[in-house]
Design a protein around this ligand. Structure first.
Ligand code: CA
Length: 224
């Protein structure tokens, strides 16, 4: 799951990024409203955390423009204490939730999880495809009852596959959702990560049907 943090206070932005990465989210940061708007209109995010007071373009304007452009990515706005009017205005312009600064990191994560659980997403902390399960909170992955240890990137990739298990995902979609904007991606990075994932979730279970499929010319899919 990929999250954009739009926050001009570097210290706050970096601590949110660091904390969310420990929760296995992929995080991009924009430090100005203009960059935030540009990134959110060109990249695909699963959630946007939006500060209101920003240089360049304020958070409310970003929110208004995204919704006007039919971008329905869940938006959580961050407001400073006492900006009740902004809060109301934020929700009216199409934000999904808000959090008042200073906030606890636990609450931020809980609210993000709640936003990601909305109908567009799977409504459970455990994702299941066939005999494969992935717990998005304990990070435990099992196939046929056998625990599988994955690297952070393999976990993110598998979670993305499992949330879209009925679709064929192109390499571009996978890169957009599983790698952050600043990562250096080599032409074969996706292939290598998928190969490693296969070694862990398909190869050891050769008596079971493989779950990861290559759809030549289109991309990859996960399913029975
Ligand atoms: Ca600010």
């Amino acid at each position: 799951m990929k999250i954009l943090v739009v926050e001009d206070e570097h210290r706050i932005a970096q601590s949110i990024k660091k904390g969310l990465e420990q929760e296995r989210y992929i995080v991009d940061v924009a430090y100005t409203g203009t960059d935030g708007f540009d990134l959110s209109s060109t990249e695909e995010y699963d959630c946007i955390i939006l500060d209101l007071m920003l240089p360049g373009m304020d958070g409310l304007e970003i929110c208004r423009r995204l919704r006007k452009n039919q971008n329905h990515t869940p938006i959580l706005i961050l407001t400073a204490k006492g900006q009740t009017q902004d809060k109301i205005e934020g929700l009216e312009t199409g934000a999904d939730d808000y959090l008042t600064k200073p906030f606890s990191f636990e609450e931020l994560v809980a609210r993000i999880r709640a936003l990601l659980r909305r109908p567009k997403y799977v409504a459970s902390q455990t994702l299941t495809v066939g005999d494969l399960t992935l717990d998005t909170q304990t990070f435990e992955v099992q196939r046929n009852g056998v625990r599988i240890l994955l690297s952070g990137k393999e976990f993110s990739l598998l979670e993305y596959f499992m949330r879209h298990s009925k679709s064929t995902l192109s390499k571009e979609q996978i890169i957009t959702h599983v790698w952050d904007y600043s990562s250096d991606i080599l032409p074969n990075t996706v292939e290598v990560t998928i190969r490693n994932l296969r070694k862990k979730i398909d190869l050891p279970f050769h008596t079971l049907k493989p779950l990861i499929h290559t759809i030549r010319g289109f991309g990859y899919s996960l399913g029975e």
